[in-house]
Every structure is written in structure tokens, then in C-alpha cells.
Design a protein around this ligand. Structure first.
Ligand code: CP
Length: 308
């Protein structure tokens, strides 16, 4: 069994099923206000985040505390990184303090994998590395989908938006394919490279669309992706207004999908860029806040899986 969760590929299909089954149990317990969380344990989780986060960092903290762990949030601006300590020396220093878990978010793809070479006392959870992967997000996305569409095999999932810069898309492509979902990708042609197209077409037989109405036709699930402004250097599309007009989802475009299509977005959302405000707030179709709620239970299950 892998010690770390750096990629979805660190988990077998069977292990993922076990994690999601456990998450079901945690989800039900979390709904029950009478339920007592675990008693305090000596386990420690360190949140080591180099990029901003609301959902991932907070839900790992809540999940860990529900399991009885202690949580330390490292403030990067107050750390010795600001005194030019290298990130590897900082990682070795945290490792020497013997925490049980370290969640790491970094803007460089591959940084979490690199740091795992210097951390042997803790399990590392990749909380998002650049454009590479965000495995706990994909697992909570699948958990949320399964609550509404239990049979994933042949389920049509349309992933729309900034595919090029989305670690959420990459983890979901790997994960949903393990369970037999039929994925389509929708984006402006500038937001996917030839190499990426080859990867998804050759390896996963994924259809690619540059037209949202065609791409979401017959979709059971539409996963909208955030435009990653912090990663856009140069001009990928003329304006946010034009992007919204062509690729943003609203109630009108949604008529092209099935009547019971559900909508996901990992958040944070850019209102009236990826999704209309009205649709984002329409709880009959949009599961954005359900995903946040699922995130606690799924992260409890992830931590329990790696708690050896
Ligand atoms: N979805 C997600 O990773 O959100 P945060 O950046 O708020 O953690």
C-alpha cells in the first residue's frame, strides 16, 4: 500500500471503493448532531500550504479534528522560508518533528512528489500541486456524484473550462476512468495542448469539444472548471465576457443536457464567468456546496485509510 496520496494512481479501485464506503459512514455521522467525534489522539496533521485555500485546508483541519488529531497550520510568511531556508530543508525540518500527516499545496507541478523524497515519518496528502493533481478533490467529486448517480459505469461526465491548468480535471480523468465513466472535455482550443489531447484521446478515448452545447448534450454530470487567472500568462481568450458567452453555463445552455443533469464545480467559482450566478445558486441542479460538505467526510476517510 502506498504511504502517500500524491496521485489518484496511488490508490487501487478497491481501495477507492473502501475509502468512499467509509466516507458514507462519516457523512451520516456528520449529519447527526448527537454524534460524538473521536476522542483526542496523539496523531498530528500539518497543513503546509503555499497557495491560498479555503475548502481544502479547512476541511482537512475539520476532518482531522473529527478524528481526534491535533492540527498545525504552517504560516508560510512567518516560516523560515522567508529567511531563505530552502523548501527541502523546511520539509526535512517538519519531518523531523514526526507528524503523522502533512498536506501540501504548491503552485509547482511535481513539488509534492519531490518533497516526498525527504519525508519518511509522515504520510503526505497532495492538496493540489500546480496543474498536476488534486486527488482529494476528485475523490470528493466522485463521492458527490455517487450520492445522486450511483452507477458510474457509462455515466456521461462533461468537464468544461480551463482544462489546461486544472489539476482537478486531471485527477478526475484518471479517477472517473477507473470506474468506467464516459468523459467529454469542453474548452476553447487554446486551453488544451496537442500533448494533452493525445493523452486523453489515446489513453482514455475521451471526446473533445470546443462547443459547450454539443459537449454537454446527454451529459449526466457537468463539471465546470475555474478559470485559473493566477496561471494564465498571455491571452487564452479575448475577454471574460466572451468566455462566459461561449463557455459559461447558464439555465439556457443547460437545456441541451438531460433534465436531471447535476452540476459540479470544485470552487472557488467566478460568478458569471464559468457559471451564471442564478445556476450556481440553484440547489436543484448545482451541487457546489454539497461538494464542500462531502469534502469533510471524504477527507476523514482518506486520513483513516493512510492512518497506519
Ligand atoms: N477546490 C479547492 O481546492 O478549493 P480551495 O482552493 O478553496 O481549497
Amino acid at each position: 500500500m502506498s504511504k502517500h496520496l500524491i496521485s489518484i494512481n496511488d490508490l487501487t479501485k478497491k481501495q477507492i471503493e473502501n475509502v468512499l464506503n467509509n466516507a458514507n459512514k462519516f457523512f451520516a455521522e456528520n449529519k447527526n448532531k448527537e454524534h460524538n467525534d473521536n476522542p483526542p489522539s496523539s496523531k498530528i496533521l500539518v497543513n503546509f500550504f503555499f497557495e491560498n485555500s479555503t475548502r481544502t485546508r479547512t476541511s482537512f483541519e475539520i476532518a482531522a479534528k473529527k478524528l481526534g488529531y491535533k492540527v498545525v497550520n504552517i504560516d508560510i510568511s512567518m516560516s523560515s522560508l522567508s529567511k531563505k531556508e530552502t523548501i527541502i530543508d523546511t520539509a526535512k525540518t517538519i519531518n523531523a518533528m514526526n507528524p503523522n500527516f502533512i498536506t501540501i499545496r504548491h503552485n509547482s507541478s511535481g513539488m509534492v512528489k519531490l518533497l516526498s523524497n525527504y519525508i519518511d515519518n509522515a504520510s503526505i496528502i497532495n492538496a493540489g500541486d500546480g496543474t498536476n493533481e488534486h486527488p482529494s478533490q476528485a475523490l470528493l467529486d466522485l463521492f458527490t456524484i455517487k450520492q445522486h448517480k450511483p452507477h458510474i459505469n457509462n455515466l456521461k461526465v462533461a468537464i468544461c473550462g480551463d482544462v489546461l491548468h486544472s489539476r482537478v480535471a486531471r485527477s478526475n480523468i484518471i479517477l472517473l476512468n477507473k470506474f468506467g465513466a464516459k468523459i467529454s472535455l469542453i474548452m476553447p482550443q487554446t486551453l488544451i495542448t496537442n500533448q494533452y489531447q493525445k493523452w486523453v484521446k489515446d489513453k482514455w478515448n475521451i471526446d473533445i469539444y470546443n462547443n459547450i452545447n454539443a459537449g454537454i448534450k446527454d451529459a449526466d454530470v457537468i463539471m465546470m472548471l475555474r478559470i485559473q487567472k493566477e496561471r494564465l500568462s498571455g491571452c487564452y481568450f479575448p475577454s471574460m465576457n466572451e468566455y462566459y458567452k461561449l463557455f459559461g453555463l447558464d439555465h439556457n445552455k443547460l437545456k441541451n443536457a438531460k433534465k436531471d443533469t447535476i452540476i459540479l464545480h470544485p470552487g472557488p467559482i467566478n460568478r458569471d464567468v464559468e457559471i451564471s450566478s442564478e445556476l450556481a445558486d440553484d440547489n436543484s441542479r448545482s451541487l457546489i456546496l454539497n461538494q464542500v460538505e462531502s469534502g469533510i467526510a471524504v477527507r476523514q476517510a482518506i486520513l483513516s485509510h493512510f492512518d497506519t
